[in-house]
Design a protein around this ligand. Structure first.
Ligand code: SF4
Length: 386
């Protein structure tokens, strides 16, 4: 089984904090982009797993259309992309236990778009709400309004789609009260899955330039921590469970596609900058990154930008890191089945220091980040990888 990801590299305009791979333009050429995906697929079909290609004949329980802004393709473009996927990955994202997610920006989220997504088999939308506070939307350079975002939530729910909403915390001037109000409003409007991201200043973004010139301050880490904790409290009070470092879900609403990453499932990424990973029986893994940028990728979509083969022990160490993002814990039996080069003694030795510090809990069946220590996931993981 493998997850399928397609990176749609178009945005109407650039948000000043974003370092994702996208091209700005109001009219993306969906036909040319889908033709490029076809070329990429044709080139990669002939490759072996050693080049980061999923073996043919795999099952595809989850599909994720991300970006960029997939919803900028509009109804016709999204339908064409879905038809391409259905033709090349029969049954992908369909059937019991499957999931088919489309990222939608609120300014595009109207009844016609959501009806189209549901019509081609989409089950879930990920809405880039970020905040409902007008000051926050202006600070983040977003084009949608609070009213538009709430309407999109309502329209997606009316179309029968599961809804995930993204929130950013740490934008200039954000208060705990504003954040709590955002959480309440989006949960009341139908979001049953919420992902919370702390604002970071990424290299090469307009905000990084402003910070360097002293025209914008870095987010205050202590305030950002307070915001993350306040958001978590509000979401749990609303009945969502904190199940992944950055994610909260109502019962039955955990993100299945992302769960594949945290449980070491193969995945295939198509489109500019998309990543793939293929695990071998010995636990080694080939990671493949596509060329970044629509232009370089379009020039030869079948060529990898980077290949990152990992030997079994290195892959197992990274497997601990990804697996620990899932807060209920890492299933030790599944881990050892995926990474047969290591054993329980290796896990115990590798985690000894963090267990002694009270950051990890190691039981007979499960390894997990100790309750309340999720904020330190990155430093715990860095220690495990060292
Ligand atoms: S945050 Fe989303 S909409 Fe904004 S530039 Fe990045 S990918 Fe595009």
């Amino acid at each position: 089984m493998a997850g399928l990801y397609v990176h749609v590299p178009f945005c109407a305009r650039a948000c000043p904090y974003c370092d994702f791979d996208f091209q700005v333009g109001r009219r993306p050429d969906a036909v040319a982009f889908i033709a490029g995906l076809g070329c990429e697929l044709a080139a990669r079909k002939d490759m072996s797993p050693e080049t980061g290609v999923i073996p043919p004949g795999d099952a595809w329980p989850t599909v994720y259309l991300g970006g960029g802004t997939p919803s900028l393709l509009g109804v016709d473009g999204l339908r064409a992309l879905a038809a391409f996927i259905a033709a090349n990955f029969p049954g992908a994202g369909r059937g019991p236990g499957s999931e088919y997610t489309v990222e939608v920006n609120p300014e595009h989220g109207d009844p016609a778009l959501f009806a189209a997504i549901a019509g081609f088999g989409g089950t879930r939308v990920s809405l880039g709400v970020q905040t409902l506070d007008p000051h926050g939307l202006a600070a983040l350079g977003r084009v949608h309004s609070r009213t538009r975002a709430l309407a999109a939530l309502s329209d997606a729910r009316s179309a029968g789609l599961d809804i995930s909403a993204d929130l950013i915390v740490g934008w200039p001037g954000q208060t705990l009260a504003s954040l709590r109000a955002d959480v309440t409003a989006i949960v009341d409007s139908g979001a049953r899955h919420v992902s919370i991201y702390g604002l970071t200043i990424e290299a090469g973004t307009p905000w990084e330039t402003l910070v360097r010139r002293g025209k914008r301050r870095l987010p205050d880490p202590e305030h950002q921590t307070d915001l993350l904790l306040a958001a978590g409290e509000a979401l749990c009070a609303a009945g969502l469970e904190h199940y992944e470092v950055a994610s909260y879900a109502a019962p039955g609403q955990r993100a299945r596609h992302n769960l594949g990453y945290w449980t070491w499932r193969d995945y295939l990424g198509l489109g500019p900058s998309a990543h793939s990973a293929v695990y071998a029986d010995d636990g080694s893994v080939i990671r493949r990154g596509n060329r970044r940028g629509l232009g370089p990728w379009s020039a030869d979509p079948g060529i990898a930008g980077e290949l990152d083969p990992q030997a079994p022990l290195a892959a197992a160490a990274e497997g601990l890191w990804t697996g620990l993002r899932h807060l209920p814990g890492l299933d030790l039996a599944a881990f050892l089945a995926r990474f047969p080069a290591v054993d329980r003694a290796w896990i115990a030795a590798r985690t000894l220091r963090q267990v002694a510090r009270g950051n990890l809990e190691l039981g007979d069946a499960c390894l997990r980040v100790a309750p309340g220590r999720w904020l330190w996931h990155d430093s715990i993981a860095a220690d495990l990888l060292a």
